[in-house]
Design a protein around this ligand. Sequence first.
Ligand SMILES: Cc1cc2nc3c(=O)[nH]c(=O)nc-3n(C[C@H](O)[C@H](O)[C@H](O)COP(=O)(O)OP(=O)(O)OC[C@H]3O[C@@H](n4cnc5c(N)ncnc54)[C@H](O)[C@@H]3O)c2cc1C
Ligand SMILES: NC(=O)C1=CN([C@@H]2O[C@H](COP(=O)(O)OP(=O)(O)OC[C@H]3O[C@@H](n4cnc5c(N)ncnc54)[C@H](OP(=O)(O)O)[C@@H]3O)[C@@H](O)[C@H]2O)C=CC1
Ligand SMILES: O=C(O)C(=O)Cc1c[nH]c2ccccc12
Length: 400
Amino acid sequence: MGSAREAEGEISPATWTPGPIIVGAGPSGLAAAACLADVGIPSTVLEKSSCVASLWQHRTYDRLRLHLPKQFCELPLMGFPKGFPKYPSKQQFVSYMESYAAAFGVRPRFRTEVLAAEFDGAIGAWRVRTRDGGELVSRWLVVATGENAEPVIPEFPGMERFGGRVVHTCAYKCGADFKGEKVLVVGCGNSGMEVSLDLCRHGARPYMVVRNTVRVLPREMLGLSTFGVSMALLRWLPLRLVDQFLCAMAHLLLGDTDRLGLRRPKTGPIELKNLTGKTPVLDVGALAQIKSGNIKVMQGLKEMTTGGAKFVDGTEMQFDSIIMATGYKSNVPSWLKGDCGLFTKEGMAKDPFPGGWKGEKGLYCVGFTRRGLLGASHDALNIARDVLLRWKEPRHMAMR
Ligand SMILES: Cc1cc2nc3c(=O)[nH]c(=O)nc-3n(C[C@H](O)[C@H](O)[C@H](O)COP(=O)(O)OP(=O)(O)OC[C@H]3O[C@@H](n4cnc5c(N)ncnc54)[C@H](O)[C@@H]3O)c2cc1C
Ligand SMILES: NC(=O)C1=CN([C@@H]2O[C@H](COP(=O)(O)OP(=O)(O)OC[C@H]3O[C@@H](n4cnc5c(N)ncnc54)[C@H](OP(=O)(O)O)[C@@H]3O)[C@@H](O)[C@H]2O)C=CC1
Ligand SMILES: O=C(O)C(=O)Cc1c[nH]c2ccccc12
């Protein structure tokens, strides 16, 4: 790895780190570092941005709140501060992340992007190369770069012709930036729904594109969180029955969403989440705006034009801006060499929750089983337990 440059003194020689190297200082990386610290194992956290929880700080919209009640979004060993509301705001979540890192003495190396990580069989350890030219070596590598590392921006015919703004939801902050505009929102997942709602609240006119089926559930049912109720019911009832119950409640509380252009999938919400990873939309008000016509639902975007877009049904409309609410992808395939049994070629965990956190040769991942913060907490605790089992073995001195 870059020996000529190394000879010229451009990069420092490999640095052996005694504990695991954790890539990413989002909630997952912090949880892993905290759980390791708790059992007395030091770790080195490498983070490409300049802060913890950079997704939350820099790549989410202002009005974002947790979707699930706070007890389902806590990281291990330290809960949310007393007095936080049931659904903490983005600012509250970020302040919790900062206190969490401080409480466990986690000090990530910021502005340190990992460009490549590879297991070196000769030394029985991982070589991790960073953009600043450094190389770190450890027996353990914990991947914590997230399922939402990069925006997905599909290519639509004519996209280059469109004269207005095209923004992905990761760069969307507030509807005030679009006041008075006619805005096309592509995608109807949680981001598409919430951004459309935010646009409405700030005097913009959103048109939301739905290309497929979508499952919308109320965030709460009779004062109880839908997520919490589902978790409780799953302890006693088979999944299919819980799904039937959720669908019946959604129909009762939200009405027939098919009539609004939001066709429901045949598969129930939990089964769909388990099979495809697709999270149901938890409604926080967008549906009421769709019903009242303030958010217009469009079926199938065909192409973009100079001044707007054409749809599959042949209609053509003018738009001032287009917001891509088309989701995210992992960046693991771009830097991790060799999946060690852990990752799909898309960089997601191969095994479904709860098993997918442990690979071969000291490779782990945290936060990749499409189970949000709850899943990440589970992974982090398991990883710390597993590393601890081998921490005291002399083999971790293999490099010396
Ligand atoms: C808008 C939005 C809202 C969400 N709301 C919820 C919710 O309410 N509840 C819930 O449970 N889940 C929610 N999620 C799911 C989300 O995945 C988690 O909230 C959480 O942020 C995942 O944490 P993470 O640490 O795995 O990933 P991230 O938060 O994405 O953190 C990964 C970190 O790795 C860094 N990184 C990436 N690549 C590299 C590299 N090559 N080198 C060094 N560093 C790198 C990034 O800069 C980032 O800081 C939401 C997701 C989104 C997009
Ligand atoms: N408050 C909260 O807690 C929030 C949580 N989140 C979470 O963040 C994660 C990411 O959510 P989100 O950003 O909504 O992404 P998702 O991947 O959930 O949704 C992407 C949407 O874009 C559509 N899409 C993708 N490609 C195309 C295309 N080529 N043409 C037309 N439509 C397309 C998808 O349609 P299709 O279904 O047909 O593929 C889908 O409707 C999720 O886990 C979500 O739950 C997001 C916002 C708020
Ligand atoms: O918002 C997300 O995407 C999450 O990961 C949290 C979440 C919302 N609904 C869920 C259903 C099952 C597992 C996690 C979630």
